[in-house]
Design a protein around this ligand. Structure first.
Ligand SMILES: Nc1ncnc2c1ncn2[C@@H]1O[C@H](COP(=O)(O)OP(=O)(O)OP(=O)(O)O)[C@@H](O)[C@H]1O
Ligand code: SF4
Ligand SMILES: [Mg+2]
Length: 390
């Protein structure tokens, strides 16, 4: 719709964008309001060992400048009992992917327009062929989503102060989570459970913290409280979006260690979003590398760290500061910029920054190829390998 050769939008174009946005937002909001039967939002998992399978997810924002393709056909799995690290530079769609899983994309501007997010639940039983039924979160009505959000799937954000309500005590807020998901629980049992969770996350005086207000705690303590809250419903998946970025380095290490420990003991999965490769190396079993709303490479932590294939992943590794890096040399940075998510090119999005570009790279966006059983990459350098849908 928008003139690709200029950065300016004429009044006419602006009106066209506005009209288009209103039409699209109305359409997607009406879709959400329609009456759905349970079979409309149930499906089956491709692999029962996964807790979440994201398939071809597209999430867009209808803005005054045009449609922002924030998540543009993302596919990856989160296996049970594993930490999946999602890495990529600012604006590549990491948070929007996680918000799509939680059905928390800012509507009506933000809408999931395509794809499936399959969630492995024990609530639905099996179909006629005996296959276990799963939720398709994209199609789920909000009223149903309330049942799993905050209980089976929980989220830990970057800045705990913005997630905790300053006018209620920690105890009030922790008990509230239990009252919502376990309506029969008594106030005493809720308190006992909350205090037990605070103890579990390494808080020395849980009773005192239970009665404190968020501002009375340090940043590290608040993040521990958030972890306790996230774990209190015994979730299958915790989404941690930059959980330690707001903390200093020593506390960061403690929190990450705690998360990993609890993930193992509680037997849940974590989707760990960060732009810090060091955190990923420390924590993740599997890694998804995103660039401009797409997954450009995914594999086990060993695949990504010992055998990175995509020129962007290789660049990311090179730009990581090491203790052994010579102090008189500048850190490596990938030249150029991410393409505008409103006007994405019809070829590899990394092309204008890539130093290994070949004739083939002038073609369409490269398909994802399977390089090994665990390792996938979207780059023409590897297009002799088996094609894969995501
Ligand atoms: N509410 C919104 N309205 C319009 N555009 C949005 C909105 N939220 C996100 N976007 C756009 O979606 C794209 C992806 O954003 P997202 O927040 O997922 O990035 P990110 O990978 O989490 O980045 P960061 O590392 O900075 O957190 C960006 O281009 C961003 O500008
Ligand atoms: S497809 Fe081509 S331009 Fe894109 S990352 Fe691979 S080599 Fe570089
Ligand atoms: Mg983010």
């Amino acid at each position: 719709m928008r003139n690709r050769n200029t950065n300016y939008i004429s009044i006419k174009e602006s009106r066209q964008i506005l009209k288009h946005n209103i039409r699209q937002m109305k359409y997607y909001e009406a879709l959400k309001r329609r009456k759905r039967n349970v079979e409309d939002y149930t499906t089956t998992m491709r692999d029962n060992n996964n807790v979440v399978e994201i398939d071809g997810l597209k999430t867009v924002f209808f803005t005054d400048n045009g449609t922002v393709m924030s998540v543009n056909g993302v596919s990856f799995d989160i296996p049970k009992n594993k930490v999946v690290g999602v890495v990529g530079e600012s604006g590549c769609g990491k948070s929007v992917t996680s918000l799509s899983i939680m059905q928390l994309v800012q509507a009506p501007q933000g809408q999931v327009v395509e794809g499936q997010i399959r969630f492995n639940t024990d609530d639905l039983g099996t179909d006629e062929q005996g296959r276990k039924l799963a939720y398709d979160i994209v199609q789920m009505p909000t009223s149903e989503m309330y049942k799993i959000r905050g209980k089976d799937i929980t989220m830990i954000f970057q800045e705990p102060m913005t997630s905790l309500n300053p006018v209620f005590t920690i105890g009030n807020q922790m008990d509230e989570v239990l009252f919502v998901h376990m309506p029969d629980i008594t106030a005493e049992d809720a308190k006992a459970h909350s205090i037990e969770m605070l103890e579990k996350v390494g808080i020395a005086m849980p009773e005192r913290v239970y009665n404190s207000y968020p501002h009375e705690l340090s940043g590290g303590m608040r993040q521990r409280v958030m972890i306790a809250m996230a774990l209190s419903g015994n979730p299958k998946l915790i989404i941690a979006d930059e959980p330690t970025t707001a903390l200093d380095v020593t506390i960061q290490a403690q929190i990450l260690e705690l998360l990993k420990e609890l993930q193992k003991s509680q037997g849940c999965s974590i989707m760990l979003i960060t732009h810090d490769l060091g955190v990923i190396a420390e924590m993740a079993d599997e890694v998804v590398v995103m660039y401009a709303g797409r997954v450009i490479e995914k594999g086990t932590a060993s695949d990504i760290f010992h055998n990175p294939l995509h020129p962007y992943t290789i660049g990311l590794q090179k730009s990581k500061p090491l203790i052994t890096s010579p102090s008189d040399q500048p850190l490596f940075s990938i030249p150029g910029q991410v393409p505008n998510p409103i006007n994405l090119p019809d070829c590899c999005y990394f092309k204008n920054r890539c130093n290994r570009c070949t004739e083939k790279c002038n073609g369409k966006y490269p398909e994802t190829v399977k390089v090994s059983d665990t390792h996938y990459v979207a780059c023409y350098l590897y297009d002799q390998e088996e094609k894969h849908n995501g």
